[in-house]
Structures are given as structure tokens and as C-alpha cells.
Design a protein around this ligand. Structure first.
Ligand SMILES: [Zn+2]
Ligand SMILES: [Zn+2]
Length: 344
């Protein structure tokens, strides 16, 4: 077996090279990669070699939305076996700090997360990984669908943070991949009404196809006005900001209803001119999300049951050897494609 990995050599330059076959530890499995998605964070590292204070040391391996087949298991592994198709949860907490012990392992300060410096990612044909981070996919869930569970987990965690249920009118601003995943999650949690926004019509159409009730093109329509009309003048019970734009985040205090909840999902690099006095007047909550926790097993069940249809997301597939083309597409045609996924 010859192993191969995609190395980011410098910002904007990625290439596939032969590499060593990994040797597994007692608690690890050897996974033959089948699919790995290209995340927004991968694109950011690819372009700029870092995100904020986190800088990449070159050469660097990206990728963290991965699925494959188990080829070998260590002597202590009991949760998966040879031949299983698995999805890998890319972040593993230390297992013994205060956060890990209370189930909030996404907040663990010693978390090892794939493709987040200093840890390398999963753009490789064969990879050793701790079995506790591997979840078996049932027969009816493909490894291609499995490769979208990681971004879905972000949306599901956001929906949980927003306490979405069948009484809630939801507004999701931004219909990029995470916006769509939040939409699918709110749908699976039976949101009463889901209103979505974007400036691109094709994205809004995708959202309607995936189950949104109303789509507002904010390039043409006054969002707040339209929202009032759709919510009996009240505003939305839960507002999700997934666009990652300061302007959208600042506006959401006028979109949420009195006593409602705003969930900030998108990453905003710029300072946000926030009118906190407006927030106080309506006693609304702002909640943040950091990745997700305890979601993968539930996500698998919801996909298996048909409550969440990832097939309909319809990603663009690229051969692993064409990894540079996948990044080119994600960067230059990002508005047209929902998700680029590498096939191994
Ligand atoms: Zn991701
Ligand atoms: Zn920990």
C-alpha cells in the first residue's frame, strides 16, 4: 500500500506527494480514506497560511471532514471493526479536564483538532486515528453523506443552542454551507417556520429546495420589513447569523423578537458596531457556538431515519489528485457550489 498526502507548501500552493504508511497504536484504527470535505477554514489556511493567531508551519496537511473504511484496528479497540465504514470526528478533547468531564469537550483547552495548527489534517489516503473519534456509519448512510456530518454538526449544535422546537419561527442569515446545514437542523427539530436570507438567488433556491419556508434576497428586498410581514410584526424567535458579516450581525438585534435568541454562528473578523442598548430594550439573548459537542451519533441517526437529507445538498466532487482544483473552485466559484469534497 502506498500512502499519499496533499501538502500545503505555501499559501495558495497544494500538491499531492507519496508519504509513509502510518503505524497504529493499541487504541487507534487505520482508515482508508474515501471522502474528505473542503471546509471554509481549510480555504482560509490555504489562502493566508493562518487564521488569526494560529499560523501554519509548512508543509501542512489540511482537511477534517472525513470518512473511510477501517482496514485495521488496535488491540484495545472495541467500538468499530475491520470493514466498518466510519466518519471521524476531527476534534478530540483531553478527556480529563473540567470541560471534558462535564461533556463540553469542545471547550477543552487541550483539544487536538485536525487541520488546526499545530495538528495536521486528513487529506491523506491512509490515516491512523483514535477509535474513540470514529463512528460507524449504517449501511444506508454513504461515506459521501458521512463527509458532510462535520459541517452538519455545526448547524445542529447551533440549532440546539437556539433551543429550536415546533413553536419557534427561525431566521437564518446567509445560505452558505453552514447556513444550509443550520436550516436542515432546524427542519429536523421541527421549527414552525424557517425564513432564510442571502444575496445570491441560486443559494436561496437551494435553501427552498432543502425545506426553507421563505427566502429573502437581501440584495433586492428590505429584510427587516419583509421579516415583520412574515412574523405578524414580531420578528423571529431565533435568529442565526451564519454569513459571518459584521453588518448582518449588527442588524440581527432588529430581527429578533422581544425575549428571543440570537445565535452567532459565523466567524466575523471585523469589529461589529453593536447597539447593545437595543438588545437591552427587548431582553434578547446572544449566544455563541464553538464547533459542536456530542452530535455525531445523533446526526448519523437523523440521516438514517431520513429526518436530514444530505444527499440533497449535492456537493461538487473532485478527485484527491485534483485537490488544487477543489480549492480553486471553492475560492473562485464559492457562490455557485455548496461544498467541495475530495474523493480518494
Ligand atoms: Zn469543517
Ligand atoms: Zn479536556
Amino acid at each position: 500500500m502506498e500512502n499519499r498526502e496533499a501538502l500545503l507548501l505555501e499559501p495558495g500552493k497544494i500538491q499531492v506527494f507519496p508519504c509513509e504508511m502510518p503505524v497504529i497504536q493499541d487504541d487507534e484504527v487505520l482508515v482508508k480514506m474515501e471522502y474528505c470535505g473542503v471546509c471554509g477554514s481549510d480555504v482560509h489556511y490555504f489562502r493566508f497560511g493562518g487564521i488569526g493567531r494560529r499560523k501554519v508551519t509548512f508543509p501542512y496537511v489540511l482537511g477534517h471532514e472525513c470518512t473511510g473504511e477501517v482496514l485495521e484496528i488496535g488491540s484495545k479497540v472495541t467500538n468499530v471493526t475491520v470493514g466498518d465504514k466510519v466518519v471521524m470526528e476531527p476534534g478530540l478533547g483531553c478527556g480529563h479536564c473540567e470541560y471534558c468531564m462535564t461533556g463540553r469537550y469542545n471547550l477543552c483547552e487541550d483539544m487536538k483538532f485536525m487541520a488546526t495548527p499545530p495538528y495536521n489534517g486528513a487529506f491523506k489516503k491512509y490515516m491512523a486515528y483514535p477509535a474513540r473519534g470514529c463512528f460507524k456509519l449504517p449501511e444506508s448512510v454513504s461515506t459521501l453523506e458521512g463527509a458532510m456530518i462535520e459541517p452538519l454538526a455545526v448547524g445542529m449544535h447551533a440549532a440546539r443552542r437556539g433551543e429550536v422546537d415546533n413553536s419557534k419561527v427561525v431566521l437564518i442569515t446567509g445560505m452558505g454551507c453552514i447556513g444550509l446545514m443550520t436550516l436542515l437542523s432546524c427542519k429536523a427539530m421541527n421549527a414552525q417556520k424557517i425564513i432564510v436570507t442571502d444575496i445570491f438567488q441560486n443559494r436561496l433556491e437551494k435553501a427552498l429546495e432543502l425545506g426553507a419556508d421563505y427566502a429573502i434576497n437581501v440584495a433586492e428586498t428590505d429584510m427587516l420589513e419583509k421579516l415583520k410581514e412574515l412574523t405578524d410584526e414580531k420578528g423571529a424567535d431565533v435568529v442565526f447569523e451564519t454569513a459571518g458579516r459584521a453588518q448582518t450581525a449588527a442588524q440581527n438585534v432588529f430581527a429578533v423578537r422581544r425575549g428571543g435568541v440570537i445565535v452567532q454562528v459565523g466567524t466575523i473578523a471585523d469589529p461589529v458596531p453593536y447597539q447593545f442598548n437595543e438588545l437591552g430594550k427587548i431582553e434578547a439573548d446572544i449566544r455563541s457556538v464553538f464547533r459542536y459537542r456530542n452530535i455525531f451519533p445523533l446526526a448519523i441517526k437523523l440521516i438514517e431515519k431520513g429526518d436530514i437529507d444530505l444527499k440533497a445538498v449535492d456537493p461538487d466532487i473532485f478527485d484527491f489528485e485534483d485537490v488544487d482544483k477543489a480549492f480553486d473552485t471553492a475560492i473562485n466559484r464559492g457562490n455557485e457550489v455548496v461544498k467541495c469534497i475530495l474523493k480518494f
